[in-house]
Design a protein around this ligand. Structure first.
Ligand SMILES: Cc1ncc(COP(=O)(O)O)c(C=O)c1O
Length: 456
């Protein structure tokens, strides 16, 4: 922290958070009531347990959504920068996806039949154009895309382990719940019912630490490095210049495959970081945004890797070999993906989204500068995130050290109470094609007010 940096008075912060909690309870009586009335038979009172992460003791209940806007059952209007934690990066219910879904499900009929539809080949070709790997297959989630990618990598390399980065998140992938500590790797805190200790399956290093990666790959037992080209689930941690090229070089030397998980880093452009930064992974995984909100995921392999897996007589990739999903590649999902990629998250759309995100980040930076707040904001294309440390963190471990649950709660409540929705964990904001510069400015104004209140 610089000597001129503003200091946060923790008692004042606690008092402000109390004020915002009370305002939240008063502002959202319908949601409060729905939570206490509906919750009895829901595990944890919510449809999915992570919905408990919203601040204020109960979540806001969603009523309608369109583009970058969302309304709740109490009639509030929100600018939505959460966008379903990227699942709605195309905006809520974009017209093209609505039409494709209505046509497939209503007019033509049949969401899931075990038979292909022509849309799948179109989507695969488009993903190949964008991400550079040639052969694609589908899942319903990004988690499954990662799971199957890992299995394929193990199969072709005949190696048992994967390597990940400390504080990464790739969905509920057993191998990935591991962190690096000064005393060596350990399972990530709270890992639920782990099938095996992840130290048996996984090597873990800090992002941007090439020496550590080289050391771990030297064991010659790593099938694949699974990475986001920039970490996005512990704030945003960008790669240092040359780092990703060196990772590619090291993996090639060590005979390990490289999997780019572009589920969130898709925000960097139409072909994610892979295209934006000229990367050459062996596999790419993606989910969430590509279906315009309809469940869909995909994994792509280089042509060479696809040949190896298809030609391997000991790999049952068709029946019960462990790579599957009855509804994967279903007609409804691929119709939604075709509309999303073909008509909504187009190359041109990204230009607009990135312009708005740049304005969002500049607005936040101006507030930080003028208030001398020792925080930083990092932008990755259409996504931006602020973190409570003066310089952008270089690794997951560094970023974790800057986490501040009290500040998060205060800011999240402050925003929701004033019609701005951010992700319920850390401080991520995402722009969709419908997000406007005025929306970005509205966030800046609320953020500035929150900062001013905080600084008294
Ligand atoms: C980078 C990344 N990969 C994979 C996933 C898993 O996505 P899903 O929960 O939709 O399977 C996430 C979820 O946040 C993610 O951030």
């Amino acid at each position: 922290m610089t000597s001129h940096a503003a200091i946060i008075d923790r008692d004042h912060l606690a008092a402000l958070t109390d004020r915002e909690r009370s305002a939240y309870r008063a502002n959202f009586p319908g949601s409060r009531e729905a939570f206490s009335a509906d919750g009895t038979h829901l595990l944890g009172g919510v449809p999915m347990t992570w919905m408990r992460m919203w601040p204020g003791g109960f979540p806001v209940y969603h009523a309608t959504a369109s583009g970058a806007r969302l309304t709740d059952i109490d009639g509030h209007d929100f600018i939505d920068f959460c966008l379903g934690d990227t699942g709605a990066m195309a905006g809520h219910s974009p017209a093209a996806v609505q039409a494709a879904v209505a046509r497939r499900y209503g007019e033509l009929g049949g969401a899931t039949t075990m038979l292909p539809t022509p849309d799948a080949a179109w989507v695969a070709a488009e993903l190949a154009r964008r991400f550079g790997v040639a052969r694609w297959s589908f899942t319903l989630t990004a988690t499954d895309a990662n799971r199957w990618a890992i299995r394929l990598a193990r199969q072709v390399t005949r190696r048992p382990k994967i390597a990940v980065f400390s504080y990464c998140y790739h969905g509920s992938v057993d191998e990935s719940f591991i962190v690096a500590t000064p005393d060596g790797p350990r399972p990530r805190a709270g890992n639920v019912g782990a099938p095996v200790d992840p130290r048996e399956t996984t090597r873990v290093v800090e992002f941007n630490d090439l020496a550590a990666l080289e050391r771990e790959l030297a064991h010659d037992d790593v099938a694949a490095v699974l990475m986001e080209p920039a970490l996005t689930n512990i704030g945003i941690v960008l790669p240092e210049p040359g780092y990703l090229d060196a990772v590619r070089e090291l993996t090639r030397q060590a005979g390990a495959l490289l999997i780019n998980d572009e589920t969130h880093t898709f925000s960097a452009g139409p072909g994610g970081c892979t295209a934006a930064w000229g990367l050459e992974p062996d596999l790419v995984t993606i989910g969430k945004a590509i279906g315009g909100g309809i469940p869909a995921g995909a994994y792509g392999l280089s042509a060479e890797l696809a040949e190896r897996i298809l030609g391997d007589p000991s790999a049952d990739i068709e029946d019960t070999g462990g790579v599957g999903g009855t509804l994967a590649g279903n007609a409804l999902s691929v119709a939604a993906m075709r509309a999303t990629l073909g008509e909504v998250l187009t190359d041109q759309a990204f230009d607009g989204m990135i312009t708005v995100a740049t304005r969002f980040a500049a607005g936040v930076q101006d507030v930080l500068d003028t208030r001398r707040l020792p925080w930083n904001i990092v932008q990755l294309g259409a996504r931006a995130e602020y973190r409570f440390c003066p310089e952008p963190p270089r690794s997951g471990g560094e970023s974790q050290a800057a986490a501040d649950a009290e500040l998060d709660e205060y800011l999240h409540l402050y925003m929701i109470n004033r019609g701005v929705l951010m992700t319920p964990f850390h401080n991520m904001a995402l722009m969709c094609p419908a997000t406007t510069e005025a929306d970005a400015d509205a966030h800046t104004a609320v953020f500035a007010a929150a900062a001013d209140d905080l600084l008294g």
